[in-house]
Design a protein around this ligand. Sequence first.
Ligand code: SF4
Ligand code: SF4
Length: 163
Amino acid sequence: MEIEGKEEPVTACTTPVAEGMVVNTKGAKALRLARTALELLLASHPVDCANCLKNGSCELQKIAKHLGVKLKTKRFKKILPELPIDSSSPLFIYDPNKCVLCGRCVWVCQEKLSKGIIGFAYRGFRRMVTTFGDEPLGRSLCQDCSECVAVCPVGALAFRKIM
Ligand code: SF4
Ligand code: SF4
């Protein structure tokens, strides 16, 4: 976001509110940074909305529309993770390739429910949400409460379709 009187944009999540602060989230500089951040994220995202369980309710789709960015943007070279999909739960699918590392699922499991079944592991491009020992969720201590699925903004954690 941009703050009146400051030359460069700042991160909204780390900037404390101050008396008289005038904020602009739609300034040219802030929007250019937001678009670039999204395009970098999309460079490692397997965009296949037609076959995705979250098609139509995906926050990545909403943000792309809001910022006027094409989901299949070619601005940056595409590098995909190609991790195995975990379909061991009877209720939901976990596709780590679609994860945007927002941390909502980890927060729910660790902080809200005090279960700690899932957490972040590895570094850099290999960073991912997983279980202890990378056990599939269906073979871990997970009891399919599905609260993580409910908060996932994209198709990484998604309920199976009921036939
Ligand atoms: S997670 Fe969203 S952007 Fe990605 S394939 Fe699914 S619907 Fe499309
Ligand atoms: S809520 Fe979904 S996108 Fe966010 S870290 Fe968990 S699996 Fe990834």
